[in-house]
Write a protein that binds this ligand. Sequence first.
Ligand code: MIC
Ligand code: SF4
Length: 754
Amino acid sequence: APQKVPMSPHEPNKYINYQRIQDNLEIVRKRLNRPLTLSEKILYGHLDDAVNQDIQRGVSYLQLRPDRVVCQDATAQMALLQFMSAGIPDVAVPSSVHCDHLILGEYGAESDLARAKEVNREVYDFLATTCAKYNLGFWGPGSGIIHQIVIENYAFPGALIIGTDSHTPNAGGLGAAAVGVGGADAVDVMAGIPWELKCPKAIGVKLTGRLNGWTSPKDIILEVAGILTVKGGTGAIVEYFGSGVESVSATGMGTVCNMGAEIGATTSVFPFTESMHRYLVSTGRPQIADASRAFAHNLRADEGAQYDEVVEINLSELEPRINGPFTPDLMTPLAKFKATAQEKDWPQDISACLIGSCTNSSYEDMSRAASLAKEALDAGLKVKADFIVTPGSEQIRATTERDGLLEIFRQAGGNILANACGPCIGQWARHDVKKGDRNTIITSYNRNFTGRNDGNPATHGFVASPEVVTAMAFGGSTNFNPITDTLTTPSGKPFKFTPPNGAELPARGFDAGQDTYQAPPADRSRVAVQVSPASQRLQLLEPFAPWDGKDVEEVPILIKVRGKCTTDHISMAGPWLKYRGHLDNISNNMLIGATNSENGEANSVRNQITGAFDAVPATARDYKARGVRWVVVGDENYGEGSSREHAAMSVRFLGGAAVIVKSFARIHETNLKKQGLLPLTFNNPADYDRISPADRLSILGLTTLTPGKPLTLRVTQPSGAHFDIVVDHTFNENQITWFKAGSALNHIAKSNSQ
Ligand code: MIC
Ligand code: SF4
């Protein structure tokens, strides 16, 4: 029998359930009678009912029992507000909340953190008390970024984790299948309801050869993103396999899985490796290390497992890459970067280089980056661009401080920010460039959508490995290739970097740093959660109205969006993060970044009743005040990016009925369904072009809404003429109950009060 060991040092009484994986797989193997991929093993190992579950990749909806739920502060507020309204006394599975997104990076760790605690006090207090009341672990501000804390403390090989953040897959570095979800999905699982996931397809990535020299794990995923593009992973789990896997550290695999979010993958997984064992031992979990090694046969794909698609990468030949600007799949090999930047007229001076974040904060990353900085420093060089470091966790900060790595960065001219998301999510008070100034930045982060880091649409954001980012900080220009070019030292000598070298794990072990974890108290009955009705940051939720039983009839199009429309366009982060617990206030950012097809502008749409142009949220509020519902029409991969459900809730709150697009990103599509909206796709994508902003749309067939049966979209033109087109939906039986109840939450609350 598999060993029974505690899931994490923070929950000594909750055990890893390898037995269930083994039992479920025995049943599933008999039924399917074919070799299984790794992700199939982990998912099917967590089935609620392995005997009766229908299993067809890309088709069935799986009912799963995750081991853990994790939430970050920008999404936890809405998740917990929803959980509170479901009327349940405590969470059904181990869960935690992490304060990382709300800390503004400006002057440096200490003062930034102190200010954040002040400014966000109400929200932190709310999260801390809700966690105490409902039995969740609470990681306060300064503890670090959710995904780094999860890999350090909670992830384990074979785990199924869901998190209210799209980069939750980072835990794949420890062999977990960790999936980013909207808050409403987290509420289901915290409420003890199985979690539903469309059975993913499997994309195999075969790694051969060995990482070496300048090449780092980041380059694997930059390459994969270049090959598969931002929508290539939709509906699939990416599984890495092959001999090359053994040359990658656990944290490096975490980086690769983390950024799988950028290609739309449900998650990414790696088979059990000895590097996972080493990481578990070094982070204080030797029992888990041994138990998972003993269970390793169930933590890798079966011989002969079939993938829906296979990509092969030879690590021995892979060279560093720089992806961007504005989209993470625009891949340029470092060797061609100079020429490409010139050809495409990207700004050549690099204004800032940023390393760290949830994606690239490991000890290995920091030590390799520091080896370059040290070498340049010893030659008398200083960085030419602003150089910013955001450690992923307090443990990483304390350890890299102790080992002198942060001091090297400071000596070279770097600034160490708090252990938090900071500039990665627009929490960056930049003083060096003005809004509208064209400039180039390179980060070791994962996302680089327009305006993401500093809110400046003219900032060209690129992503690369921390090693390349660090070296580029010394070069200061897109014309510098750190592998081949030389810099000149103050004494006039040529200086050339040698390839980075670092340590996979700290030789002296990790230093945990300050303890910022708050475990739930033994007696939770007296904890009171308060939300002031006057608050601008938090607002209790009112249930959305149930479906009125009728078709949607001749409603206006709020906006026909053209081109890329990520969740950053639908519900911008940065300055808006402060309203993540206040639905009314945050709805003032709804779709303000989306491009209106009518005039090519953002946040300017024609009010179809008054004829006047106004901001998108204002126009929606006007329709709402008149009792008029509306729809959004959109392009491809609509809602790519974040898991933030505000991008769905605001649309619902301001009176939207449906979002009709060429295609959706997975998390956003589910978020829309959960909030009682209709996510629909054009059966023929070309029909997008047949719709004009002034048309009225009717959605016919709702009274017989049935899984797999398309609906009719009637387009009524201003002349009164109309034509019908076919729109598809992916609702299953259960999801139809959400639509009818007005939201998934209404449905839970109803079942709970019965
Ligand atoms: C992001 O990286 O875009 C975020 C901010 O972490 C989001 C979550 C959010 O919007 O709160 C994500 O990735 O899900
Ligand atoms: Fe935070 Fe950026 Fe990671 Fe999202 S991607 S969790 S914003 S560090």
